[in-house]
Design a protein around this ligand. Sequence first.
Ligand SMILES: [Zn+2]
Ligand SMILES: [Zn+2]
Length: 338
Amino acid sequence: MLTEPAIRWVGPRRVVADDPAADRGVTLAPGRVRIEVTSAGLCGTDLSVWNGTNERAEPGTVLGHEFGGRIIAFGDGVDSMQIGDLVAVDPNLSCGRCQRCLDGRRALCIQRRLLGVDVDGGLQQTIDVDAAQLIPVPGADPRALGLVEPLAVGIHAVDRAGIAEGARVGVIGGGPIGMAAAVEAHLRGAVCSVLEADPARRRAIVDVGIADSVENPWENRSLDVVIDSVAREATVRIALDAVRDGGSVCLVGLSHDAHLPGPESLVRREITLTGSFCYRTADLRRAAEIVADRGVGVIPVELVDGLDAVPQLLESLAAGRIGRGKSIVIPRITADIP
Ligand SMILES: [Zn+2]
Ligand SMILES: [Zn+2]
């Protein structure tokens, strides 16, 4: 028999691999879909659970909210899907009835819960989800499916910032969300530069060609739009210095130490300041198109082989060894038990 390990958080800085599929029934409930996970990303949210600072997570939860894979089974009433279809998963669980849900803004549902934080997530070999959570990604590289969710975060930020063709756009932070915002800004015809301190990340951004430059600093009041994927006090100040009068600044980072500027600078300079949280379903669909088209090369990635590598990967990400890009885990069968 083959094991199907899951990466379960059991307490601060501790995860174990065990077998959550053992008690999973063969028959799925109506509307439920079973997915073999082929790609799963890790981000700061996973680290906040892992290190014990995320107050919502209960010990025992399987990590992972950025993932996708191949449909291997489904229950009654799932008509639009077929076995073998490639999908990304919207990890937000929502009521499906409130106005925000009906508007396609499931992440803003008041009853929202997140896979990998509030309930078991995708860092496991197989997972059952609602058909309503699926985003089809036909023709994609199965290893790239975990990129749809973080890419959608960047796409939504670009949407919220309101970027027009030819706009001069600055992105603060060359992590996966900043990279994703740069990809979308570029696709919309913006001239984009990224502010990033890490030299390896800067090289990777140039190599993949997702920004026109990583030359810093920016000239004062020279940009139409700044997207701040860090959103600390210092970076918000950089954003406000760099944006032109009448321009816009969009905060997408969740640093918890953002001190917003006084009204004086916003009022006199007519700066539009917006926040951007997660994505709409439309952003996930747009991300799926880009991932189907570009595969794992859409942003710089580090592919990590096997769920059993995750404990070490969490340690090394927490220690600041961020690598050249997004960490994507490719699950596989790890052991043969007679
Ligand atoms: Zn994430
Ligand atoms: Zn709702």
